[in-house]
Design a protein around this ligand. Structure first.
Ligand SMILES: NC(=O)c1ccc[n+]([C@@H]2O[C@H](COP(=O)([O-])OP(=O)(O)OC[C@H]3O[C@@H](n4cnc5c(N)ncnc54)[C@H](O)[C@@H]3O)[C@@H](O)[C@H]2O)c1
Ligand SMILES: [Zn+2]
Ligand SMILES: [Zn+2]
Length: 369
């Protein structure tokens, strides 16, 4: 059957809306879904501009909620009509990493990320008779798609689907970075560099973890104002002052107990490590270009200071444990979701949403189908 999707045909090209994308039936271990809503994340932009590789033509989009319409053979835990959050890291439950409690590093996800297909490496979308690749095995800039069943987490019917979409990337990643990847102790001083969709969620995760001081750093005064609503206690405009010095000034020259980077460029990564106190943690969440290398003072910057530098993938999230936990936080008022949505748009507005993200105008634009 045919569906409507936004297709990336080449680097730096605008996405093209096509009504004639073919969706194949789900195979074993897969589900066909009608996408309900999809947030536009910087990682989508990163595939359009080549920061992250993706085979083309491709359907981007990976931060989605959806309704199951058909299940493949042997899928028993999902049924047509179920509401789900789509995960861009399928978590197979059986590999070395899943069994060790690190499902965000699931081995099955490697092929999905690199091949732009499902778990067998092939996509279920076709265009003009040829394979149409699916970002991270999802491809939710489409009205319908097929995803691995282990990448679909059931959610209650009364949770609004437009805000549920954000759980799929920005919220799992950001809140997870604070609650799972980092060790934040009550009373800690935390700094967050880059306050977009992911950074704002790191800020609210740090608030939930009990951080006493949360320093938000961005180049946009509007983002800094939003950061305060999400829990930042101090803001730093990086166009006016050096962020690392500003954080040291706020912490009696000590530096942050935990500092997060949520943009993905070398300069801000180095600033983030520099603003971390002796014995503290720098958590790198932003996704840099593949050729970005860091130069660090090994002795004075790392060994002597006993700094820990940690990568963060998908907020170290176990999707089946963490999606329900985040919904509980939302329901008891601790997690802001509605406030993350700056604009609600239709699929045809996706190019404008990517532009607005690049210009730093939005926390999140959400496509509502
Ligand atoms: N590690 C993961 O699992 C994971 C998951 C999702 C997204 N990401 C990555 O996280 C990053 C952030 O994603 P997002 O969707 O929040 O992006 P975004 O564009 O919404 O946010 C980036 C923010 O950085 C700010 N900024 C720009 N230059 C700055 C500077 N010099 N100093 C401080 N702030 C600056 C912008 O104003 C903006 O608010 C991206 O690299 C994305 O690919 C990583
Ligand atoms: Zn994302
Ligand atoms: Zn696994």
């Amino acid at each position: 059957m045919a569906t409507r999707a936004a297709v990336l045909t080449g680097l730096d090209q605008p996405l093209v809306i096509r009504d004639d994308v073919e969706v194949e039936a789900p195979r074993a271990g897969e589900v066909r879904v009608r996408v309900a809503a999809c947030g536009v994340c910087r990682s989508d932009l990163s595939m359009q501009d080549g920061t992250l590789p993706v085979p083309m033509p491709a359907v981007l989009g990976h931060e989605a909620s959806a309704i199951v319409v058909e299940v493949g053979p042997d899928v028993t835990d999902l049924a047509p009509g179920d509401h789900v959050v789509v995960s861009w890291v399928p978590q197979c439950g059986a590999c070395f990493f899943c069994r060790r409690g690190q499902p965000q590093l699931c081995q099955a996800a490697d092929v999905v990320l690199l091949a732009g297909g499902l778990l067998d490496g092939t996509p279920r979308l076709r265009l003009d008779g040829a394979p149409l690749f699916q970002m991270s095995g999802t491809g939710t800039f489409a009205e319908e798609t097929v995803v691995p069943a282990c990448a679909a987490v059931k959610i209650p019917h009364d949770l609004p689907l437009d805000i549920a979409a954000l759980l799929g990337c920005a919220v799992l990643t950001g809140v997870g970075a604070a609650l799972n990847t980092a060790t934040i102790r009550p009373g800690d001083a935390v700094a967050v560099v880059g306050c977009g969709g992911v950074g704002l969620n790191i800020i609210q995760g740090a608030r939930i973890a009990g951080a006493e001081m949360i320093v938000a750093i961005d180049v946009s005064p509007a983002k800094l104002a939003t950061a305060e609503a999400f829990g930042a206690t101090h803001t730093v405009d990086a166009t006016r002052v050096g962020p690392a010095n500003a954080v040291r000034d706020l912490t009696g020259q000590r530096g942050a107990d935990v500092a997060f980077e949520a943009l993905g460029i070398a300069t801000t990564i180095e600033q983030t490590i520099d603003m971390t106190r002796r014995g503290g943690q720098a958590v790198l969440v932003g996704i840099p270009r593949l050729d970005v290398m860091l130069t660090l003072p090994a002795m004075l910057g790392i060994v002597l200071q006993e700094r820990a530098i940690k990568g963060c993938w998908y907020g170290s999230s176990d999707i089946r444990r963490d999606v329900p936990r985040l919904i509980d936080f939302y329901r008891d008022g601790r997690l802001l979701l509605d406030e993350l949505v700056t604009r609600r748009i239709d699929l045809a507005g996706v190019n404008e949403a990517l532009r607005a993200m690049k210009a730093g105008e939005v926390a999140r634009s959400v496509i509502v189908y």
